[in-house]
Write a protein that binds this ligand. Structure first.
Ligand SMILES: *Cc1c(COP(=O)(O)O)cnc(C)c1O
Length: 368
């Protein structure tokens, strides 16, 4: 019998369960025999307003130049980020989504015998990347209100810990940690640990704790941001980090030469100038959250009030609810992979999308 190449693969890769993205619109439309326009996708925390018109224009202008490699240093975008945050150019890192920067961090810090500390029910890219590099993933229980237990996370740090993720607001729970707890954590965290503040949803939070001050104090921290959520550019794959020159240098060594493509560089630089679009996106989400909360309260079902652009709802039997909604053309996210089988996560979309979602969900749950 022919031997399988799989047996010769990296055992760390073999043991992984691949990241499960939200179900794509096109695939769902094909399976249901519907037009893509009839499907509502509220599964991946995307922005229903779409990209900024400035970003679209920048991409149209740049499109005829894609036969030339992009600027490997992403000079224009990184200069803009440095200005905006008041840091040096060498303190900025960009990548193909902040997922890539998470990967680079793991590349730079993790190997066998080393540990990463994160909160339970956290973003599923963390354990995947951690295990890929042979390190141990240490999960710390949340507080009863579902927010990170920073004291517990501090206690979980050992001499082998190199990386701690603080997701603020967190996904899929939607909770936050605030300044005082973070300051106290940062005062006590040992110097051999890099603290990564994953701020993918910070634009939606009405209180934004200051993590930039830790960077400016020269602490071993990195702030991770993405253009996939509030900026509506998920399809481009673009994210960035603000950190110390030392950490930026480590990440720079681990990356591929042109890790941010031309379209992503020009579109994100343009999108950073469109504050009105960002504000409109945040407004849409705030209005949408009210729409969902009032329905959930009417139906008497539990949800976690969210600081992001999504809501975790306790429907019971999340996978069944997901499948039933899917059959009616509404794509949500079940939370089996996050250890929350009784929940579904709903991205807050436009008013009509939210209404369609609530109509379908109400029918499925028998509460309408
Ligand atoms: C969406 C998300 C990211 C980043 O996504 P990219 O599209 O790779 O930039 C990072 N962290 C969390 C918690 C997220 O939910």
């Amino acid at each position: 019998m022919k031997s399988s190449i799989t047996q010769y693969a990296n055992p760390y890769v073999l043991d992984l369960v691949a990241y499960q993205p939200g179900k794509p619109i096109e695939e769902t439309a094909r399976e249901l025999g519907l037009a893509p326009g009839d499907i509502v996708k509220l599964a991946s925390n995307e922005n229903s307003l779409g990209p900024s018109p400035l970003a679209i224009k920048a991409m149209q202008d740049a499109a005829s130049g894609v036969h030339i490699y992009p600027d490997g240093a992403s000079y224009v975008l990184r200069s803009k980020l440095a200005d905006r945050f008041g840091v040096d150019f060498v303190q900025t890192v960009v990548g193909s989504g902040s997922s890539e920067i998470i990967e680079l961090l793991c590349h730079a810090c993790l190997h066998e015998g080393i540990e990463l500390v994160a909160a339970k029910h956290g973003f599923s890219m963390y354990p995947i990347m951690c295990k890929l590099f042979g390190a141990r993933y240490v999960e710390v229980d949340n507080k009863p209100d579902w927010s990170h237990d920073l004291k517990g996370m501090l206690q979980a740090i050992t001499p082998q810990t190199r990386l701690v993720f603080i997701t603020n607001p967190t996904n899929p729970l939607g909770t936050m940690v605030y300044q005082e707890e973070m300051d106290s954590f940062m005062e006590q965290v040992p110097e051999h640990v890099i603290v990564a503040f994953d701020e993918a949803y910070i634009d939606f939070a009405d209180v934004k704790p200051d993590t930039l001050k830790y960077v400016k104090q020269g602490k071993n921290v990195i702030i991770l941001r993405t253009f996939s959520k509030a900026y509506g550019l998920a399809g481009l794959r673009a994210g960035y980090g603000i950190t110390t020159p030392e950490i930026a240098d480590l990440l720079n060594k681990a990356r591929t030469p042109f890790n941010m493509n031309l379209m992503a560089q020009v579109a994100t630089a343009a999108a950073l100038d469109d504050d009105a679009h960002l504000a409109a996106s945040v407004h849409m989400v705030n209005e949408g959250k009210k729409q969902f909360y009032s329905a959930f309260e009417r139906w008497n079902i539990d949800y976690i009030p969210s600081h992001g652009n999504f809501i975790l709802v306790k429907t019971g039997q999340g996978r069944n609810v997901f499948n039933a909604c899917l059959a009616k053309g509404v794509i949500l996210r079940h939370m089996d992979g996050y250890g929350l089988p009784d929940y579904i996560r709903i991205t807050v979309g436009s008013k009509p999308e939210n209404a369609r979602c609530l109509a379908v969900l109400g029918e499925v749950l028998g509460v309408n």
